[in-house]
Design a binder for this molecule. Structure first.
Ligand code: HEC
Ligand code: HEC
Length: 271
């Protein structure tokens, strides 16, 4: 059952009373809409809405949070208003990104969702910077090829994330201690469990503006990553999710190549 109440403080029982009394003008103890002072669903100021609903995860100014930076013109050019709106309204499956539209069980009205999305585009996008740039598609529904993805990963990503994706300890190229899981690991279960394939694609495409790897054009010197390479790299990353999280033996074990090559868990080594 999905709850469609706007505020988490509202108890289901209150909802039931309101339903039963749909025609009543006043329910004792329940504030009526007209009596509300400064109803939160009247708030349409982008900065207020962003601070209240988004900054905790996406960072105060759209940067520096745990979730993908939204203050990133490359990401915004590729995602576009429609995708931004869909994700903001409906949330993102298999991630911590909540649904915000009341119609999806969230706490914002449709107008507030629009105000947030328009505000993000107005404040943080720079469409003219990308008007002559060939943009990779936001999503790619075709399955990638993890083998090719590993090759592309080695060229584009390994210098910062290590040969296996577990991270490197120094940029000087010293051999990282084997089986260590640094905070940078992008292949461990706990990280991959919190991101879905689309969000991995967005992270790769949009790059790390604060980490000297601005976007998909800058990982390899001289050329941009192709959409196929991005798809394949995501498939390679996603393969680690499957390998690590499935504990039931597959139907045809002979089709799985040596699952024990990779250490199953490295939690005990993490700080
Ligand atoms: C509880 C934490 C949390 C909050 C609050 C939150 N987000 Fe997110 N958001 C995430 C996570 C996690 C992801 C997906 C993983 C990633 O990309 O980091 C995500 C993804 C997104 C994406 C999609 C990225 C893509 O791949 O295209 C958009 C757009 C977005 N959030 C917008 C918002 C907006 C707007 C708000 C406020 C109205 C908001 N988020 C609030 C955690 C959050
Ligand atoms: C110049 C170094 C550099 C390159 C090249 C690079 N990364 Fe990163 N990456 C980082 C740093 C530093 C972080 C963590 C800080 C940040 O997110 O800005 C990071 C974060 C990430 C994350 C998010 C991890 C998290 O905990 O949220 C993913 C996924 C990722 N990188 C994938 C890739 C892939 C795939 C490539 C190749 C296409 C790549 N990176 C290339 C430096 C790099």
């Amino acid at each position: 059952m999905t709850t469609r109440l706007r505020t988490p403080r509202a108890l289901p029982a209150v909802g039931a009373i309101l339903l039963v009394c749909a025609g009543c003008t006043h329910v004792p103890g329940v504030p009526s809409a007209s009596a509300d002072v400064a109803r939160p669903d009247k708030q349409l100021d982008f900065h207020v809405l962003y601070k209240q609903n988004c900054s905790g995860c996406h960072g105060d100014n759209g940067r520096g949070g745990a979730a993908i930076p939204l203050n990133n013109p490359a990401y915004l050019a590729i995602a576009g208003g429609d995708n931004l709106r869909t994700v903001t309204a409906k949330g993102m499956r298999s991630t911590m990104m909540p649904a915000f539209a009341a119609s999806s069980g969230g706490m914002l009205t449709e107008q507030q969702v629009d105000a947030v999305v328009q505000g993000i585009l107005r404040e943080w996008s720079r469409p003219s910077d990308f008007s002559h740039v060939a943009l990779p598609p936001y999503s790619d529904p075709t399955p990638g090829n993890p083998t090719n993805g590993q090759i592309a990963y080695s060229t584009a990503c390994a210098r910062c994330h290590g040969t296996d994706g577990i991270g490197v300890h120094s940029s000087a190229g010293n051999a990282p201690p084997p089986q260590d899981s640094t905070p940078n690991s992008i292949v461990d279960t706990s990280y991959l469990a919190l991101v879905n394939d689309q969000s991995l694609r967005s992270l790769v495409v949009a790059g790390h503006p604060d980490a000297n790897a601005p976007d998909w054009r800058s990982y390899i010197s001289g050329r941009a990553l192709t959409s196929q390479e991005i798809t394949d790299i995501v498939a390679w990353l996603a393969q680690h999710r499957a390998q690590q999280s499935i504990s039931i033996p597959p139907e045809n074990p002979s089709s799985v190549a040596a699952p024990s090559i990779r250490p199953r868990r490295t939690d005990d080594q993490r700080q």
